[in-house]
Ligand binder design. Structure first.
Ligand code: NAP
Length: 297
């Protein structure tokens, strides 16, 4: 029997993910805090829920994709939250990037009501969400992972069960260390190339297919050269993830010097009111230090 799916949080990522669930044929109920964002999904065949609890009452599997730890806690455990509508035996899948520790605590609270939970943070940007090619890193019980697999396959390509509850979030934080390190290297390379007088569009073509290639370079490099700061992932959310990395690394007593530096660069951009720009606007912090801007023309 096809499971009924609920989707809470129709932001940049949730819009594409929910649409792909509809395309795969899952009966879908959606909810978003700003209700106007439900309209395109309703037009595509989803039902609109009146609250997270209402979505849970009409779903076997409920997916959440909201911003930060307190936001997931609010939609799952808060008043009118998922926990108030979920039936025993139902499954909650959180695709947001949040604290591994808070994730484990939420899984325990849901388990007290007989509700299962997987943490299933995602990577692949707005493009991956729209195309259904996300990488999904999953923490939780193996049987719940098996149950959720058809749902994951509708939204993603690389789907990996990485361990118990919280492990998905830990792997996502590893992912974010890699993402921002890549971003910083790309920005430094562009500034160096610009100062040295090479054509950055040609330079990008030359290096992206070789050993220096990365998702960040292929997708966000051209945006930097076009000075297009529209977000696939906002600076505010990127900074939230780096805060989660720094907290979790502190818990483990692990030094993360490069991530700490990049956290401070993003802080300068937030201080300038640029938090809603795309995370590739990191280059603006380095341009400020260098005293010039890069350009693709
Ligand atoms: P977004 O476009 O800013 O959307 C955030 C969503 O969360 C919106 O639907 C928002 O509702 C909802 N929300 C936030 N706080 C809420 C609250 N307290 N109660 C109810 N709803 C709340 O963010 P996004 O880019 O889709 O990211 C969503 C999650 O995926 C984040 O954890 C992010 O780190 C992660 N992620 C994003 C990307 C990316 O490239 N964008 C990639 C991987 C992972 P409103 O519409 O009412 O504001």
């Amino acid at each position: 029997m096809t499971e009924r799916v609920g989707f809470i949080g129709l932001g940049i990522m949730g819009q594409g993910m929910a649409r792909n669930l509809l395309k795969a044929g899952f009966p879908l109920t959606v909810w978003n805090r700003t209700s106007s964002k439900m309209q395109p999904l309703v037009e595509a065949g989803a039902k609109a829920g009146s609250s997270p609890a209402d979505v849970a009452a009409h779903s076997d599997i409920v997916i959440t994709c909201v911003s930060d730890t307190p936001d997931v806690e609010a939609v799952i455990l808060g008043p009118d939250g998922v926990i108030e509508g979920a039936q025993p035996g139902s499954l909650v899948i959180d695709c947001s990037t949040i604290s591994p520790t808070a994730t484990r605590a939420m899984a325990e609270k849901l388990a007290e009501r007989g509700v299962k939970m997987l943490d299933a943070p995602i990577s692949g940007g707005s493009e991956g969400a729209a195309k259904g090619t996300l990488s999904i890193m999953v923490g939780g019980a193996a049987e719940d992972f098996e149950r959720a697999l058809p749902v994951f396959q509708a939204m993603g390509k690389q789907i990996t069960h990485v361990g118990d509850n919280g492990a998905g979030q830990t792997v996502k934080l590893m992912n974010q260390i890699l993402v921002v390190g890549n971003a910083l290297a790309m920005c430094e390379a562009f500034l160096f190339g610009q100062a040295s007088g090479v054509d950055l569009n040609k330079a990008l073509e030359a290096v992206k297919a070789g050993a220096a290639g990365s998702w960040m370079l292929s997708f966000r490099g051209p945006q930097i050269l076009a000075r297009d700061w529209r977000p696939g992932f906002t600076i505010d959310l990127q900074q939230k993830d780096l805060r989660l990395v720094l907290e979790a690394a502190d818990d483990q007593g692990v030094p993360v010097p490069a991530t700490s530096l990049i956290f401070q660069f993003y802080r300068t951009l937030q201080a300038q009111g640029l938090g809603s720009e795309g995370n590739h606007a990191l280059i603006k912090a380095l341009e400020h230090l260098a005293g010039f801007e890069v350009s693709g023309s």
